[in-house]
Design a protein around this ligand. Structure first.
Ligand code: WTA
Length: 661
């Protein structure tokens, strides 16, 4: 649906007021059932976070909950000492070693059941291996793997030693990996021979080799054998996981870290061509993620929780690895794609493991809708108690389908808004408290001060829209951009803060609207960031990948509305003199972007044009291109330096068929 349609739907919903109060059966067993928690948090927010911090393991408690004396650089649980793996592993091994931490299922159908005791032992072995490789606290480790059990184990092994992990999603290209290795100056890379994807093998090790050859910092590579595909092992540098890890001792003391030591870097697309390394630290992140996981998903000891994200994204970091383990939860991890071997794979998994809490993305839900009701209908989904979504706005139609066809009409839905930068969920229902409305993420969680403001930074009245901001720091917030604190300040804090008045306001980059009841409705990005299947991709990143091709003179990229993926990437390209654009070049350019960034960034459509529409100051008018891509009435073109070109492009684009397979 287009932005306009979404707006209309939202308007319609404002009138319709479809509402879903927490079902009474759910409320009876829920951890939180009244709004008192919001009041408690607001009356003494730091004291309240300190209380939440009691549920994790500290070696030394903090001197101060929050140091906000040098905004926007926050410190949480100042002076505290801990190792995050003691919250995630050791205490559970002491209390319930045989509880399952992960039910893992491989795409080909092989399975592994990993208890907390098993997980602890293998994390310690992996940590011992990293020590043998000479890594010490503060070193960066790049992780480029499929969704195998060794992936969370690798993260935790780093955390055990105070190493900083930088996970690069396995769908990114060698180029993208090289940039991230270089920016972080990673000393080691952990990868797999290959990753299963829809029955074929993605050659991760080959791509890692290519990436590493372009960087200078990597001293060792650890390779998990998963697919058995042939790989080159460089003597002295490369080690197989099974050779290196399994001969290690099954315990190792956790390295004591400061609350504000780095836990990880995670690169995300911004409004420039260069991805930014988002910095997360330990103490606040642990508190913020474990609190939100427990209360948003209403986690009990007997739950089987399944977050379908890839650990390569922040959702996997926070809500597959750190928070569920900190809460002693039992999770499912699935390696592959949802259509393998058939389109009912997710529902077979729900039935097999009796999943109670399912957390997935709107783009997946829309895909399941398109595949048809018969796939979930093949399976017994009666174990489900709660459903969650994340990554993009969920259209009310998809929300209703999820509610009825997956949740059997009985499960509350939590639509959770957050970002790589926020580390933890910030806007979401509390399922035992909040009356939901399909398509709305409802309200900021306890302790979170969100608002919707106009251009000038003033709160807009209920019933209107503007920019989503956060007016108070929260524990899992990013601390900075790695190596670029200036960019951190400029990107997130410059636009709406009033430093002279001591007001620091975080700008999320999202548009939002509040209805008359104060509900938040997220409206998508307001900057040059696209959201394709819930993945953030910068228009500039794709543009620079296109311009990198020898045939291309200039490129403009926009996200156009797409029914399934939310947005699809539409590219407009001017070619160098003498080059003519044909289908073969389109294929080549898409391949080129795939190689530069990754398959997820491949344009769905490419239009060749002699010129791009620009303002007199030379700025590409992306809004116009978006209108063209979505075949809307063209907006005002009189401020254009080259108005005619718009009509030419529009004509070309109207002959276009979506080239995405
Ligand atoms: C979007 C993913 C609407 C939003 C955790 C945000 C959402 C970006 C929602 C962050 C939601 C995420 N409703 N939009 N429930 N959740 N978004 O960093 O535009 O990959 O800024 O983090 O996704 O994407 P990221």
């Amino acid at each position: 649906m287009t932005g306009d349609e979404r707006e209309r739907t939202i308007e319609a919903l404002f009138d319709e007021q479809r509402q879903f109060p927490p079902p009474s059966w759910f409320k009876e067993q829920a951890l939180v059932t009244t709004e008192d928690i919001y009041k408690a948090a607001d009356s003494d927010v730091e004291g309240w976070w300190a209380k939440q911090a009691d549920s994790v393991v500290w070696r030394k408690r903090w001197e101060k909950v929050l140091d906000w004396s040098d905004p926007p650089f926050a410190k949480w649980f100042v002076g505290a000492k801990l190792n995050i793996t003691e919250s995630c592993l050791d205490r559970h091994v002491a209390e319930h070693p045989d509880r399952v931490a992960y039910y893992w299922e491989g795409e080909p159908g092989d399975t592994r059941t990993i208890t907390y005791a098993d997980l602890h032992a293998e994390v310690c072995q992996a940590a011992n291996a990293l020590v043998e490789l000479g890594l010490t606290k503060g070193d960066r480790v790049a992780i480029y793997m499929g969704m195998v059990p060794e992936l969370p184990i690798a993260l935790l092994a780093c955390a055990r030693l105070g190493l900083v992990h930088s996970v690069v999603f396995g769908g990114f290209s060698a180029d993208a990996l090289a940039d991230r290795i270089e920016d972080a100056q990673a000393k080691a890379v952990i990868t797999c021979d290959g990753a299963w994807r829809a029955g074929s093998v993605i050659p991760l090790k080959d791509m890692a080799d290519e990436a590493i050859s372009r960087t200078s910092s990597v001293e060792s590579v650890v390779v998990v054998r998963r697919c058995g595909n042939e790989v080159n092992m460089l003597e002295g540098r490369d080690h197989y996981w099974h050779d290196l890890v399994y001969r290690q001792p099954r315990s190792i003391d956790a390295v004591e870290c400061d609350s504000e030591d780095l836990l990880y870097l995670l690169y995300t697309s911004g409004t420039t061509a260069k991805p930014k390394g988002i910095v997360h630290t330990i103490g606040g992140y642990l508190v913020g993620t474990s609190f939100t996981h427990r209360y948003v998903f209403d986690i009990h000891d007997d739950d089987v929780y399944w977050c379908t994200a890839d650990i390569g994204w922040v959702t996997g970091h926070s809500y597959i690895v750190y928070a569920p383990l900190a809460n002693g939860a039992t999770s499912v991890i699935y390696e592959g794609v949802p259509q393998y071997p058939d389109k009912d794979r997710f529902w077979a998994i729900v039935e097999r493991y009796k999943v109670t809490k399912l957390y997935t993305a709107p783009t997946a839900i829309r895909t399941f809708m398109k595949w048809g009701d018969e796939y979930p209908a093949r399976h017994d989904l009666s174990s489900l108690k709660l459903l969650g979504t994340v990554g993009e706005p969920i259209n009310p139609e998809a929300w209703m389908w999820y509610h009825e066809k997956i949740g059997g009409g009985r499960c509350p839905i939590v639509d959770t808004w957050w970002q790589t930068e926020t580390g933890q969920i910030l806007i979401s229902p509390l399922p035992g408290v909040t009356t939901t409305k399909p398509g709305s993420a409802t309200f900021p969680l306890p302790g979170i001060a969100a608002d919707v403001v106009d251009e000038a930074g003033n709160s807009v009245p209920l019933g209107s829209g503007g920019y989503l901001v956060l007016k108070r720091p929260w524990p899992a917030m990013l601390r900075t951009i790695y190596g670029d604190p200036g960019r951190y300040v400029d990107t997130y804090w410059r636009r709406f803060s009033k430093p002279d008045e001591g007001k620091w306001v975080y700008f999320a980059g999202d548009g939002a609207k509040r209805d008359e009841d104060g509900y938040y409705w997220l409206l998508g990005r307001v900057d040059d960031v696209m959201n394709v299947s819930g993945h953030r991709i910068s228009t500039l990143e794709v543009e620079s990948a296109l311009v990198d091709h020898p045939a291309v003179a200039e490129a403009a990229v926009v996200g156009r509305a797409d029914e399934r993926t939310g947005q699809a990437i539409a590219a407009f390209v001017t070619l160098k003199g003498g080059v003519s654009g044909d289908d073969q070049l389109i294929t080549e350019l898409r391949e080129h972007v795939s190689n530069k960034i990754g398959k997820i960034a491949r344009p769905a459509s490419i239009v060749f044009t002699d010129e791009l529409p620009k303002t007199r100051s030379g700025k590409i008018m992306r809004r116009l291109l978006r209108d063209i891509s979505e075949r809307r009435q063209l907006g005002d073109v009189t401020t254009l330096a080259n108005a005619d070109v718009v009509h030419e492009i529009a004509e070309q684009a109207s002959n276009l068929s979506n080239s995405e397979e």
